[in-house]
Design a protein around this ligand. Structure first.
Ligand SMILES: Cc1cc2nc3c(=O)[nH]c(=O)nc-3n(C[C@H](O)[C@H](O)[C@H](O)COP(=O)(O)OP(=O)(O)OC[C@H]3O[C@@H](n4cnc5c(N)ncnc54)[C@H](O)[C@@H]3O)c2cc1C
Length: 462
């Protein structure tokens, strides 16, 4: 058994002591949770509003999902766009997609304005498809993108593929045809199962390092208006009609607004003294999963890339949906002493966290999962070294899924003193950043169009 060892946390080089809250305090806005969602929410509020902000983090900044992910910057929902259209309608669903993609620019703005040094790589990323169902599903989503005016994903289908003629005519303008060997080359695989590839903008960064750097910038730039406390778990959020009181350690924090950026794995109660119960339904809002990753080192020969592989459904996990996939991200390894190699991070396996069970960061990595990832790499990634490479990292992290698979951003309908930027899923970096911006717009009472991210009213129902 191997300890949970994330390359992102290893790069932090943290020297700052954990400073918990030691007295009662008050602020305009309290942010609960110091992952990328909390830190970027603080950034936009401090930048765009004249508010006093306090951040409370139960553990350490960026040591949750933000420190245990794949670090891939990508903008898809983990649910077909067509399903989101079925739920919210065409305009709202596609506008939601556009808004998540707008976070690319927000991310660039943050890096430029705060002069962050954290490496941010951008490149064309690829996904390899191996079944007719996967191909038509992705083409359907591509049709929706084009019809809304979003940039389509480039789509290539193998010329010799025996199902090519079955692709519905309505998708004819959405793909090109190429020899399979070219597709395999894009996907860096020799696995002949892959008969199509799509390509879109992707990137990667260490989101923990980014959050750490950004918090340093916020403290330096907004000393009078910003403070944060680590090792400070919130136990109770008590809501009145225009204020909130939080119990944290032995202290109370008063605020006009509370923003939960806790991803959904909180261990506190919400008492709404100004309306219907929020607590019960809130705690059923996010279902937990644990995602597992492994990282190996390679010579520094190939450029950064991100590739997802959708294996043949009859081969992998007997997954009837065809949705399960592995994803790898390659970038130069920046940890001290390892500067001359690439770090390739691969994920895919995950496990449902039973209802009510608490995730523990200290849980060991399972050898079986590491073997599963290695076998996948051997079968699918042609650059995987022949001799088993050095694999210094193996880690896991919590993912929270809202029932509809979409991040919740905005005021709680039962009491708008409480706001959310949470419910991450396996793809949460760009949605968190967009969520930070949107929350700050709400705080400024900007008129926002209704969106797929709005918290739903059903929690008001008994
Ligand atoms: C294995 C894995 C791979 C992933 N890969 C990718 C990827 O490649 N690309 C991508 O975009 N996304 C990925 N994600 C998702 C991404 O990491 C998250 O969406 C993102 O980091 C969410 O940030 P967050 O701030 O919402 O959550 P977190 O980073 O988890 O932050 C929440 C914080 O809230 C704190 N907190 C909770 N309760 C309390 C309390 N009561 N009081 C005070 N503080 C509290 C926690 O301690 C934690 O620090 C992955 C996630 C995992 C687990």
């Amino acid at each position: 058994m191997i300890p949970n060892h994330s390359p992102w946390i290893a790069q932090l080089n943290r020297t700052r002591p954990v400073v918990p809250i030691t007295k009662d305090t008050s602020a305009d806005v309290v942010i609960v949770g110091g992952g990328i969602a909390g830190v970027t929410t603080a950034y936009f509020i401090l930048r765009d509003r004249d508010k006093k902000v306090v951040m409370l983090e139960a553990d350490k900044i960026a040591h949750g999902a933000t420190g245990h992910n794949a670090g891939q910057i990508t903008s898809y929902f983990e649910r077909p766009l067509s399903e989101i259209v079925a739920k919210f309608g065409f305009e709202m669903a596609l506008e939601g997609q556009r808004l998540v993609e707008s976070a690319w620019i927000l991310l660039d703005q943050i890096v430029a304005e705060a002069k962050l040094q954290t490496s941010l790589y951008r490149f064309a990323g690829y996904a390899g498809l191996s079944s007719f169902k996967q191909v038509t599903k992705h083409l359907k989503d591509n049709r929706l993108r084009v019809d809304y005016g979003l940039i389509p994903e480039s789509f290539v289908v193998a010329d010799h593929w025996n199902r090519r003629e079955d692709i519905p005519k309505e998708f004819g303008d959405l793909y090109t045809v190429a020899p399979q060997k070219d597709i395999l080359e894009l996907l860096e695989t020799n696995n002949q199962d892959y008969i199509a590839a799509l390509s879109t903008q992707k990137g990667c960064m260490n989101s923990a390092l980014f959050s750490e750097e950004l918090i340093g910038y916020l403290v330096a730039t907004h000393k009078e208006r910003f403070s944060f406390y680590e090792g400070s778990p919130v136990k109770t959020v008590r809501l009145k009609s225009d204020t909130a009181t939080l119990d944290v350690l032995a202290h109370k924090v008063e605020a006009k607004r509370v923003i939960l950026c806790t991803k959904g794995f909180e261990n506190f109660s919400i008492i709404n003294e100004a309306g219907s119960d929020i607590d019960t339904k809130f705690h059923h809002l996010v279902a937990g999963r644990i995602g597992y990753m492994s990282g190996h080192l390679e010579p520094l020969k190939n450029p950064p890339v991100a590739i997802s592989y959708f294996p043949r459904t009859d081969q992998k996990n007997n997954d009837p949906t065809g949705e399960s996939y592995y994803y790898l991200t390659r970038r130069p390894q920046e940890h001290e002493g390892m500067g001359s190699c690439n770090l390739v991070c691969t994920g895919g396996p995950d496990k449902v966290l039973p209802n009510g069970a608490e995730y523990s960061r200290k849980e060991l990595c399972s050898e079986n999962i590491r073997i599963e990832i290695n076998e996948f790499l051997e079968d699918n990634y042609c650059k995987y070294p022949k001799e088993e490479p050095e694999s210094p990292f193996c880690w896991h992290g919590p993912m929270g899924y809202t029932p509809n698979g979409i991040r919740r951003i905005g005021p709680e309908p039962c009491n708008p003193v409480l706001m959310y930027n949470l419910g991450c899923n396996g793809v949460g970096i760009l949605p968190s950043v967009y969520g930070g911006k949107r929350v700050s717009q709400h705080i400024n009472d900007e008129k926002l169009e209704q969106s797929i991210f709005d918290p739903q009213d059903q929690r008001c129902e008994v």
